[in-house]
Design a protein around this ligand. Sequence first.
Ligand SMILES: NC(=O)c1ccc[n+]([C@@H]2O[C@H](COP(=O)([O-])OP(=O)(O)OC[C@H]3O[C@@H](n4cnc5c(N)ncnc54)[C@H](OP(=O)(O)O)[C@@H]3O)[C@@H](O)[C@H]2O)c1
Length: 235
Amino acid sequence: MTKTMLVTGASKGIGQATVERFWAGANDIDTFVLLARSSTEFDELRAHLAANNPGGKRFFHHEIDLNDLDAIRDLLPQIIAEAGRVDYLVNNAGFTAPSPIHEVRFEDFERTINVNLYAPFVITQGLLHAGNRFEFILNVASTAGINGRSGWLTYSASKAAMIAMSQVMKEELSIYGTRVVTISPGRCATALRRTLAPDEDPSTIMQPEDVAGVIEMLASDFGRFVDSQNLVVRL
Ligand SMILES: NC(=O)c1ccc[n+]([C@@H]2O[C@H](COP(=O)([O-])OP(=O)(O)OC[C@H]3O[C@@H](n4cnc5c(N)ncnc54)[C@H](OP(=O)(O)O)[C@@H]3O)[C@@H](O)[C@H]2O)c1
């Protein structure tokens, strides 16, 4: 039976690399649901997928701001209607607005928690409520959630919470045979990383394709032999 994969933050960085890898790879996924806000990169990704589709796979895309939790709730029935179900869920989208504690704007903190923590929860719980049984959920946390760094208060807090939430999902959803895997990437050359470290040379750090390769392995049959509580992925 063919499978469906939903990827949040599909337009750029690790999410985009993951979609491209699974799209081109030999696997049982033939339907992709891609979520991100409207952008040139998102347009280009969809054009690339449409032009490189020897396997006859299909994708649905939705331009959505994951800061808007009601919009997510409204979208989920549509996803079920078009895709049937979601077997593989990649909670990848992430946001950060680094700032020292004195200057943290509360609305930025709320947006960070909404996108990085509440959106993955709302998507996962909403699909469960719709009767969806996942085969595999991959939650993207961060090494910033293991060790806080100066200026990263809101981001580190959101990722620490993601690690904890993911552990509970792993325990609770095992009764359905769902594998829940958390990865905590280190420095990876993406737009988000540029926000955190604008002076860094991106060619010296891990690339999004490297993380996508790890995700592919974890989603494969071999992935079930890896203790997936919280895997650090770094160069
Ligand atoms: N890069 C690193 O060094 C690193 C390290 C550890 C963990 N991570 C994590 O890896 C994940 C992917 O990030 P990345 O590094 O690949 O960064 P990226 O290239 O900036 O991609 C972030 C993705 O999240 C989406 N996103 C952000 N805010 C959104 C919103 N409000 N609504 C919908 N989508 C939104 C973006 O889409 P649009 O902005 O186009 O909507 C984009 O597709 C994140 O969870 C990040 O925290 C990254």
